[in-house]
Ligand binder design. Structure first.
Ligand SMILES: *[C@@H]1O[C@H](CO)[C@@H](O)[C@H](O)[C@H]1NC(C)=O
Ligand SMILES: *[C@@H]1O[C@H](CO)[C@@H](O)[C@H](O)[C@H]1NC(C)=O
Ligand SMILES: *[C@@H]1O[C@H](CO)[C@@H](O)[C@H](O)[C@H]1NC(C)=O
Length: 430
């Protein structure tokens, strides 16, 4: 009698679980999902929820990981659905995980319905630990730049005064560094030369040889009065970019190595025009940082990190004039650092101190994110449908041992979308 009752319960309870799933979990979860930000980030958001709310079974987790990898194709969704259906069938009769597996199907289904509408979502990186592509312990790796002609990634280490080169056909083992006696804050391709590159460096703008430590300045930043205030020591170049006409935009700021880590609002955003004249476009800024141009080149996006703002300006490509400054996007999570634009007009922004890179839509909304396994990612560059992310040595390594594990490394993540075209510098007399 007693055994009979037990087996009756064993039969009925999982079934009740399935029904409960249909009647309660489906509507509640659907409601939750429908209240989340745009469907691009839906799966990522729901994964985060899931991590907090539920302990997924290994199979569910596998299905979720598959579903996350789908980008523009449905392989992941179909896998998730198949695994989900299979699991539902088996769990209804066998296990207490029916609800979880059922939820997996619902989520797979929702994603399936949404994906024809949605653009690509960042793939597996955002929840799996992202191991560094290069575990090289830079002091401050910055300014990643993809040189298409040679399929090479270059980036700088501002603190150690290195320029790194990686042949992406050969992979990480080809990484080599060249040491200079000044720091570079940013580099750019020159239209007129393939054996040299343009840089924004410690005291000004110059050109450097690819294969040796040779460089020369073509324009110094500072006037006599500023040099007498020690500007050639306490300042350095930071991030920058080339515009469609080939002008070079570069910021200069306090060099924390010489100011006890302090940053005063004495920075300047410079613009080197194609005729070789240097202009001071913005003054009294603190940490002038990432610069990107919209797909139509009518808007310039520029960051002053301590404000937490990325600003937008109307951009006149014929004169290089910027006007109508407004806040495009603001964050309280870390400081917005370098950014790169994709072909769909989204900005991918490194959040220094925020453990992530976020995708910000042209409307200024966060629509996706990549979790980076170190706290201080600094900049982003596209190579095909991947992004490469540089990072800084964590200044609070004791407080964040997890961050210190891979700090200063370069990370790679498949995001399923390409970067917009970047331009070469065209400066007369170089
Ligand atoms: C579709 O996505 C899956 C999972 O990410 C991947 O393995 C597969 O190669 C992709 N298929 C195509 C045609 O891109
Ligand atoms: C920058 O600050 C200095 C000193 O406070 C001031 O004299 C100058 O007018 C400011 N420049 C701009 C463009 O605001
Ligand atoms: C830049 O544009 C603004 C607004 O249209 C205008 O007032 C200003 O004179 C322009 N400056 C230059 C240098 O062209």
């Amino acid at each position: 009698m007693c055994n009979k009752r037990k087996s009756f319960i064993a039969k009925i309870v999982p079934k009740a679980g399935g029904v409960l799933g249909l009647v309660i979990v489906l509507p509640v979860r659907t409601l939750q999902l429908s209240m989340l930000p745009p469907y691009n980030s839906l799966l990522i958001q729901s994964l985060r929820l899931r991590r907090h709310m539920l302990i997924p079974s290994p199979i569910t987790a596998a299905a979720m990981v598959e579903a996350k990898g789908l980008g523009r194709n449905y392989t992941g969704t179909i896998n998730a659905l198949l695994i989900g259906v299979f699991m539902l069938a088996s769990t209804i009769s066998h296990s207490r995980n029916a609800l979880l597996e059922f939820e997996c199907i619902v989520m797979g289904l929702l994603q399936f319905l949404c994906s024809p509408l949605s653009s690509s979502i960042p793939s597996k990186c955002s929840s799996l630990p992202l191991a560094p592509f290069l575990d090289i312990r830079c002091g401050l790796s910055e300014g990643p730049f993809y040189e298409e002609a040679s399929h090479t990634l270059r980036f700088i280490d501002i603190v150690k005064k290195h320029v790194w080169w990686v042949d992406l056909r050969e992979g990480p083992s080809s990484a080599k560094k060249i040491e200079y006696d000044i720091s570079f804050g940013v580099t750019a391709n020159l239209a007129s030369s393939t054996d040299s590159f343009l840089f924004g460096g410690k005291h000004g703008i110059g050109i450097a040889k690819r294969d040796s430590s040779e460089y020369k300045y073509i324009k110094r930043f500072w006037h006599e009065a500023e040099i007498s205030k020690n500007y050639e020591t306490i300042m350095r170049a930071n991030d920058g970019a080339i515009d469609r006409q080939g002008r070079f935009w570069v910021g200069a700021m306090n060099d924390p190595a010489y100011t006890n880590g302090k940053f005063d609002p004495v920075g300047i955003l410079f613009r080197l025009d194609t005729d070789g004249t240097l202009h001071r476009v913005l003054e009294n800024v603190t940490i002038p940082n990432g610069i990107s141009f919209s797909l139509d080149d009518k808007t310039m996006y520029w960051t002053d990190t301590p404000t937490g703002n990325i600003y937008a300006f109307d951009y006149d490509v014929s004169t290089g004039n910027i006007s109508n400054q407004r806040v495009f996007w603001h964050t309280e999570v870390g400081g917005p650092d370098g950014h790169a634009m994709d072909v769909e007009g989204n900005l991918w922004v490194a959040l220094w101190g925020g453990w992530k890179v976020v995708r910000v839509s042209p409307e200024g909304k966060v629509t996706a994110e990549i979790e980076v396994p170190t706290r201080c990612p600094t900049a982003v560059a596209f190579v095909g449908e991947d992004v490469y992310i540089t990072s800084e040595e964590d200044p609070e390594a004791d407080k964040y041992p997890e961050s210190a594990k891979w700090h200063g490394g370069v990370f790679k993540c498949h995001v399923g979308v390409k970067g917009r075209k970047l331009y070469d510098a065209k400066i007369a007399s170089i």
